[in-house]
Design a protein around this ligand. Structure first.
Ligand SMILES: C[S@@+](CC[C@H](N)C(=O)[O-])C[C@H]1O[C@@H](n2cnc3c(N)ncnc32)[C@H](O)[C@@H]1O
Length: 503
């Protein structure tokens, strides 16, 4: 076993292991076992404890097929954590009484380290983590590879906006670009966000991976051929995001529509997937191509200041900033009504929650310490929470806090204090119901993090105009086609921005 990366032994990056049953399912669905018997060389580039090679051996036993040294030499595992590989060898020894060849096991970082082998088939389940959640030191190590693979346009974006880019996107590009033989194929379990996420995954959807031959860098096309989205079956117990498995073809240009199967009453129902407009856009899913006969851009005149926004984000300090009752011990001018589901459920506009924003509503900037000094109760309250607030994480927040404003929040700007908001529920819903909110006792309503999105408006008339335009029934139809119903990205600003025209 090659273990030249033992310094990475304690790395724990996106570990969600595939249950044996589901490794077998994927192998059987795509005839990977027969391809193995026919001589294909197969590699799991992030193999964990080897669920996929183990499943191959189990299928061989079920079918009474001999596990020969030659067949074993066609299975390769690459994995960063040595103990997983050791466990795999022990399991193979215990269950099949064979020594899995150490020459086929590579303990290495598939992203940052070179690997000489090339394979006919790649199979696996790449790590489930986004860039922003990687260990800090590791982030710095892999950042150049995010750039090389064009997953983010520039260095700044990797650090800020694109921190939502999945490391699975990087592992896939690296594996498809460097490890696949010409015209090879890949089969992976994946988060569906690679196909439906806006900004963060458009770099994945250039369907091109970097490859180097004899020191010369070039690009290889890859195409997604078929997808199966699990909507009710739980393949991975611990995964909250939506996932699928997909077949990738190397050295093939991406063609649309892609065959997209969705689970319905334990059956796989075929749909078609196509990008919204441009090739790198998120996909739309339709049963029938006739459903595409609708506009994908809605003409609602919006000024540049009226970009759709998410609500306020306390960055994990809700207990400091959010209150169930308006607190009488804090100055009223910094307390704002916070939108809650009751607004849509009961059509009421009395606040059920309040949020503290120590901000100047004129500039949309955090108060400076000299201003906070003028409010004894506010000063004492924040001082009491100083430790909690200073220990909050997040690159964007840190840059605000580095300026000394440790009471800053994310998603607050002049738009937060616009007198009207056309606001809707953006997370986990399947209906799109914009409402106009203005203020309570002169204090403007605020949205709550990703739960709500809004368009700021400076007159009641404008707010009404935008609300009416957003009530177009084609919007929820399009949102459903963008596959967000019931998911966290249902009607997030990025999506709505894509379908609205700006001045
Ligand atoms: C989601 S798990 C899946 C493991 C296995 N393929 C399975 O299906 O059970 C991802 C694995 O990738 C490993 N990993 C993460 N980053 C890696 C890297 N850069 N190079 C190699 N392996 C990595 C993790 O340690 C973990 O075992």
């Amino acid at each position: 076993m090659k273990t030249d990366t033992s310094h990475l032994a304690n790395n724990s990056i996106g570990q969600v292991f595939t249950p044996l049953k589901w490794a077998e399912w994927l192998i059987n669905r795509w005839g990977i076992f027969d391809a193995w018997l026919d001589g294909a060389h197969i590699c799991d580039p992030t193999a964990g404890k080897g669920a996929f090679p183990l499943a191959m051996l189990h299928i061989a036993r079920q079918k009474g097929i001999a596990i020969t040294p030659e067949r074993l030499s066609q299975l390769t595992l690459i994995e960063i954590v040595p103990s997983h590989l050791e466990r795999f060898r022990e399991n193979v020894k215990r269950e099949f009484s064979v020594d899995f060849p150490t020459s086929q096991i590579f303990c290495q970082d598939v992203i940052t380290e070179a690997h000489a082998g090339k394979y006919d088939i790649l199979v696996g389940n790449p790590p489930w983590a986004n860039f922003g959640n990687l260990p800090t030191a590791y982030k710095a190590r892999v950042q150049p590879f995010f750039l090389q693979e064009e997953l983010v346009p520039d260095r700044q974006k990797t650090l800020l906006g694109s921190s939502r880019t999945d490391i699975a996107a990087l592992v896939l590009k690296v594996a498809l670009g460097r490890l696949l033989r010409e015209n090879g194929v890949g089969y992976f379990y994946l988060p569906t966000s690679l196909f439906f996420g806006d900004g963060a995954h458009s770099g994945f959807r250039n369907y091109s991976a970097r490859s180097t031959r004899n020191g010369i860098v070039s690009h290889r096309d890859f195409a997604i051929d078929t997808v199966y989205e699990f909507t009710s079956t739980k393949v991975f117990d611990s995964v909250g995001t939506s996932y699928c498995c997909a077949k990738f073809c190397g050295d093939t240009r991406q063609d649309f529509p892609v065959s997209y199967f969705k689970e319905s009453d334990s059956e796989w129902v075929e749909h078609k997937a196509l990008p919204l407009e441009n090739p790198t856009d998120p996909w739309r899913i339709v049963k029938d191509l006739d459903e595409l006969n609708m506009d994908t851009t809605l003409e609602v005149r919006l000024s540049p200041e009226q970009k759709p926004r998410q609500g306020v984000n306390t960055c994990g300090a809700n207990s400091v900033f959010i209150f169930d009752h308006k607190p009488s011990h804090l100055p009223e001018q910094f307390l704002y009504p916070l939108a809650t589901k009751e607004i849509w459920r009961q059509n009421i506009s009395l606040p059920c929650k309040w949020i503290l924003l120590p901000y100047d509503p004129q500039t949309g900037k955090p108060l400076i310490s000299a201003e906070i000094e003028q409010w004894n109760t506010l000063k004492a309250y924040l001082k009491n929470a100083e430790e909690v607030l200073k220990s909050r994480k997040g690159t964007l927040l840190r840059s605000a806090m580095n300026r000394g404003n440790w009471w800053a929040l994310l998603g607050v700007g002049p738009y937060s204090f616009a007198p009207f908001k056309v606001i809707w529920q953006a997370y986990g819903k399947s209906d799109f119901t914009p409402v106009v909110l203005s203020s309570v006792e002169g204090q403007m309503w605020q949205g709550n993090q990703a739960m709500h999105a809004f368009i700021p408006c400076w007159t009641a008339h404008d707010a009404q105009r935008i609300k009416t335009a957003l009530e177009d029934p084609e919007i929820p139809t399009l949102l459903r086609q963008l596959n967000g119903a019931g998911k966290c990205n249902w009607a997030q600003p990025g999506k709505i921005k894509k379908i609205l025209a700006f001045d």
